[in-house]
Design a binder for this molecule. Structure first.
Ligand code: PXG
Length: 297
């Protein structure tokens, strides 16, 4: 495996960062998780836009243009001969001293990892996920904004660990007001009376790229009304269908939440249709990685 760090490709064992990097010392940095399907990078522009907005949010000046980051991403995928991939882009504050002062970090570092994707087993798409509400709240927008995809994921990791210990797949995090925000690494939707509901960005969530694509598919292809509204867990319990969206998960039904069976306990017809439409869309759209002649088999 070849890994990109600051303009050079390294073998996996040689891909290293300094112990003085503030990304390591303080979680001072940002990231993106991106997927490539069938030789195309999915929603690359949207991920780059979010990366640059996250950078702005943490006062991190990026010494590269969007095109340069895009080139680094595409080069790394090509160097690994991948057509389907999970791509992790990490930008750290760079090397500084042991203090908090970001001015000591003279240059941000760019890391790109392109790997095969570790998918949820197909059985999970058929059966649906079990979710539990975490005791931890999503960081509120007046703290570290949840719309910034920062390297501080400990809150989400601890929430996910609660789910794991409860024998569930994913954790739901509420916002500081007790409304449903999102899962530890996915956005959440529910269906009632033919309408889809999902929490608004301002209520304290990451504005998921998959979320936005699913909202467009639901509105434009399925003619569904999609409402961004705040709601509580009870609305999920009594929903007809619930599903989560994310780059890793794509779209997966949630069939049990806090011990309550959702709908008839299997992913519903709308969820199944969105899964199919999303997969078809993801397989056709995106930034081409290879010219036809150079594509790996
Ligand atoms: N909410 C949070 C908190 C996330 O971290 C999403 C929603 C979904 O956003 P996208 O843009 O992917 O539709 C995320 C992103 C993983 C993994 O390995 C997933 C994320 C972050 C880190 C790791 O599954 N999800």
């Amino acid at each position: 495996m070849k890994i990109h760090i600051d303009g050079r490709l390294y073998d996996k064992d040689d891909a290293k960062v300094s112990v003085f990097d503030h990304g390591l010392l303080y979680g001072d940095g940002i990231f993106e998780g991106i997927r490539a399907y069938n030789g195309r990078v999915f929603c690359l522009r949207e991920h780059l836009a979010r990366l640059f907005n996250s950078a702005k949010g943490i006062h991190l000046e990026l010494p590269w243009s969007k095109l340069e980051v895009e080139t680094a991403i595409l080069d790394t995928i090509r160097a690994n001969g991948l057509k389907d991939a999970y791509i992790r882009v990490v930008v750290t504050r760079g090397v500084g001293d042991l203090g908090l002062d970001m001015r000591k970090c003279k240059r941000a570092s760019l890391i790109v990892i392109a790997d095969k994707i570790a998918l949820y087993p197909e059985a999970v798409y058929k059966k649906g996920l079990e979710l539990v509400t975490s005791s931890l709240r999503r960081t509120s927008p007046d703290q570290l904004s949840p719309s910034i995809k920062s390297l501080n994921y400990l809150n989400n990791i601890l929430a996910r660990a609660e789910a794991t210990r409860a024998g569930a797949h994913e954790a739901i995090l509420l916002n500081q007001q007790g409304h449903v925000a999102e899962c530890s690494g996915d956005n959440i939707f529910f269906l009632r009376d033919g309408r889809l509901y999902t929490p608004p960005v301002w209520s304290g969530i990451l504005e998921g790229v998959t979320r936005n694509v699913v909202m467009t598919i639901a509105r434009q292809t399925m003619n569904l009304e999609v409402l961004e509204e705040i709601f509580t867990c009870f609305e999920l319990y009594r929903a007809e269908e619930v599903f989560v969206t994310g780059t890793g998960a794509e779209v997966i039904g949630a069939t049990k939440i806090d011990g309550r069976v959702i709908g008839d306990g299997t992913p519903g017809p709308v969820t199944k249709q969105i899964i199919e439409l999303f997969r078809a869309y993801a397989n056709k759209n995106g930034t081409a990685i290879y010219q036809e002649a150079n594509a790996p088999a």
